[in-house]
Design a binder for this molecule. Structure first.
Ligand code: ADP
Ligand code: ASP
Ligand code: MG
Length: 414
């Protein structure tokens, strides 16, 4: 018994039938004697549909109005859930993000939560209500509606759980936990009984969309007990945990990938202080995020610099680099938007040298060329040709014995 925050994703509320099932699950949690706060996403496909409509009217829809539009997806589902709960005799109220004072900054489309005033929710809970909150949204200090970026309902749930000091934050989705890699790409992927916050942070930031990155950051920072579970069937799911010193850690816990990047290369750059800055400054001034950066060895006092950006920023980044050929000067600017990044992640990598070279040899055996490499203490990422993504993920999954990942269960069913 306690206070539970349950989040249901788009597929989980994707039809009236699914909403019936979700409502049964909510009722079960309530009947067990818990205070229940529910966070829901828009119905599956709805956010995309709204985005397409806006782009059908304008190439560059106004960001403020985009957020007004996108927030309606979640607003519909909260009402539908409450309509059903109330018809079944339960006290329940739905709220948009703004109505429960989820205060964010003003960065439309990717706003950050600054604070939450949880008093209203608490008052409702004290009166026995099930509170249903729209995910993915808040409002800024001027009262403008904001949204938190794709997958943002996860972050709403974790932020509410932190503000309410919830006993559990349950993320219900269309897979029954966090897997060694996306089970849609590698059917041999295994559910992990637990994964550390650090590993989950890397997995999320490297492309595993099962949890939005910011939700994991929040949970780690505020000590939120976070679980990923299936809304389709009962099961133990995956618990996100702190690293326990005595626990034997597998060297590689998971494989993440990202098909959403593009690579730019500028060749024949003068090898002198400030050159990299002059290349990347216009990119950052345009608010384009840069991911992997690699500078090659110097030949004839010139060098090549490659970096990756989000695929949607590719054309813009190319345009920004073109003038540098003359001004730097540089020899040429080239690019490739058919790349993919594969990353192996594991806290066990800290104490096991040679993991990167094993990764390279596995990819070499498959004839996959590595274009860029980046490493940190607990991950190694490579950029390869997009068409070898599945092959690479599967080969690495097998080579690092992930289909044998231990599934020692953590009992949280009580
Ligand atoms: P929701 O709509 O519930 O928020 P998402 O589609 O955002 O669900 O996230 C769940 C999806 O994440 C799964 O269907 C799966 O394809 C994908 N995914 C990617 N990597 C992983 C992973 N390592 N473990 C589990 N699911 C993953
Ligand atoms: N509906 C939003 C999206 O599709 C937020 C979410 O589902 O978490 O990204
Ligand atoms: Mg999601």
């Amino acid at each position: 018994m306690g206070l539970w925050v349950q989040k249901y994703g788009g597929t989980s509320v994707g039809s009236l039938e699914r909403i019936h099932e979700v409502v049964e699950r909510i009722i079960r949690a309530k009947r067990q004697g818990n205070d229940v706060v529910v966070v829901v996403s828009a119905m599956a496909g709805e956010t995309n549909r709204l985005i397409e409509m806006a782009h059908g009217l304008s190439f560059d829809p106004d960001p403020r109005e985009m957020d007004v539009l996108l927030s309606t997806g979640e607003q519909s589902t909260i009402a539908l859930i409450c309509i059903l709960l109330i018809s079944k005799g339960f006290l329940s109220r739905s709220y948009t993000g703004a109505q429960v004072h989820i205060r964010t900054d003003s960065a439309h489309g990717k706003a950050r939560i600054l604070e939450i005033d949880e008093k209203k929710i608490r008052a409702d809970l004290d009166e026995g209500r099930i509170v249903v909150v729209a995910g993915f949204q808040g409002s800024d200090s001027e009262g403008n509606i904001t949204t938190l970026g794709r997958g943002g309902s996860d972050t709403t749930a974790v932020a509410l759980a932190a503000a309410l000091k919830a006993d559990r934050c349950q993320i219900y989705t269309d897979v029954d936990g966090v897997y060694t890699t996306d089970p849609r790409i590698e059917p041999a992927a295994r559910r992990l009984a637990r994964i550390t916050f650090e590993e989950m942070l890397e997995m999320a930031s490297l492309g595993a969309k099962v949890l939005q990155l910011r939700s994991v950051e929040f949970a780690g920072k505020y000590n939120v007990p976070l679980q990923v579970l299936s809304s389709f069937e009962d099961g133990p799911g995956t618990l996100i945990t702190y690293e326990e010193k005595e626990m034997e850690q597998p060297v590689v816990s998971g494989i993440a990938f990202n098909k959403n990047e593009a690579k730019l290369t500028i060749t024949g750059v003068p090898d002198e202080p400030g050159a990299a800055y002059r290349i990347l400054q216009p990119i950052s001034d345009a608010n384009i995020d840069v991911d992997v950066i690699v500078q090659n060895t110097v030949r004839d006092s010139s060098t090549d610099l490659s970096f990756t950006v989000q695929r949607e920023d590719y054309e813009h980044a190319l345009q920004l680099l073109e003038p540098l050929i003359e001004s730097l000067p540089a020899k040429a600017v080239t690019g490739d938007n058919k790349i993919a990044k594969i990353s192996i992640v594991g806290v066990g990598m800290r104490s096991h040298p040679g993991i990167a070279s094993k990764m390279f040899s596995v990819l070499a055996k498959e004839g996959i060329n590595i274009q860029l490499v980046t490493t940190s203490e607990i991950k190694t990422s490579v950029v390869i040709d997009e068409k070898y993504l599945e092959l690479g993920v599967r080969a690495l999954h097998a080579a690092f014995d992930l289909e044998k990942a231990p599934t020692e269960e953590v009992d949280l069913t009580k």
